[in-house]
Design a protein around this ligand. Structure first.
Ligand SMILES: [Fe+2]
Ligand SMILES: [Fe+2]
Length: 281
């Protein structure tokens, strides 16, 4: 896996993080330059009007997929708002639904900047019902509480990788949306891991069983790996060249597998091979 090549701007950004924190009286320098891709070193694009057609097409495509996943997951979580096993779980479910709605809104705000075309896409997104979404993982229902645990642990974690890939990207409004979205997603995936852990350790005293948790891993892990997209995707290559994404689909998927493998083992569960039940290769 290759890191994006270090540019002078990236080096100075590194220097800025190494300096004093805000608490210690330091300052944070906003990154205003494109850090990687064909236009590395020039200023980021800050308004929809100045985005060239090819990049506009790609930003719109990426934001439609992003918003679609956010709105779909609200539909998936909704039945569990008053069915989750504990009061705390119900509260976190409510919180997740609110966060996903905000993420959807954030992606739509970026679409809205692209005028009439953006608004039309938003209208189409809001009309979508269960089963009509772009990615398989978002057309599956949460039949058991273990589905909620495995979905948030595996699928939301892929979401985090997608967002990290946009961090400090070449389109300013998108780059600036990332920090808050990332911190909220972190709660979702940690929650998922805790649900699975409690199922394994406490079984029916909490909810479900180790077997149920393992079955949910088999169900959601392949769909999560599919979400990264095709290994030889032209779109992902283009997104890197335009400074929008940092990694190819395959690089991001490999990083994800590396992170999740020890975590799943620590929960007392096992992972099927990465090729198991895959639809998107
Ligand atoms: Fe989200
Ligand atoms: Fe989430």
């Amino acid at each position: 896996m290759s890191e994006p090549p270090a540019t002078p701007a990236a080096e100075s950004a590194k220097g800025a993080t190494a300096s004093k924190s805000l608490k210690e009286g330091g300052t944070i320098e906003p990154v205003r330059e494109i850090l990687w891709g064909a236009s590395a070193g020039v200023r980021k694009l800050e308004t929809a009007e100045e985005v060239p057609p090819e990049m506009r097409k790609l930003i719109v495509k990426l934001m439609v997929v992003q918003a679609d996943t956010e709105f779909a997951s609200i539909q998936q979580h909704r039945p569990w708002l008053d069915k989750a096993p504990t009061l705390e779980d119900r509260w976190i479910e409510a919180r997740i639904v609110a966060d996903e709605a905000r993420h959807g809104l954030q992606a739509c705000r970026i679409l809205r900047d692209f005028g009439e075309e953006g608004q039309q896409l938003i209208d189409e997104l809001l009309a979508k019902r269960e089963g009509q979404h772009k990615l398989d993982a978002f057309n599956m229902t949460f039949d058991k509480w273990s589905d909620v645990g495995a979905f948030t642990c595996f699928v939301d974690r892929v979401g985090v990788y997608q967002l990290r890939a946009f961090q400090e990207c070449s389109y300013g409004p998108l780059a600036r949306a990332m920090p808050l979205m990332l911190s909220e997603e972190q709660l979702h995936l940690n929650f998922g891991a805790s649900v699975l852990k409690r199922m394994v350790r406490e079984g029916p005293r909490y909810s479900g069983s180790r077997e149920e948790a393992q079955a949910a891993v088999q169900k959601w892990y392949p769909r999560a790996l599919d979400m990264f997209g095709h290994s030889n995707s032209e779109t992902s290559r283009k997104a890197i060249e335009l400074g929008l994404k940092r990694w190819t689909n395959e690089e991001a998927r490999a990083r994800y597998i590396q992170e999740i493998t020890p975590l799943v083992h620590a929960l007392g569960l096992t992972l099927p091979p990465a090729e198991f039940d895959r639809h998107v290769l």
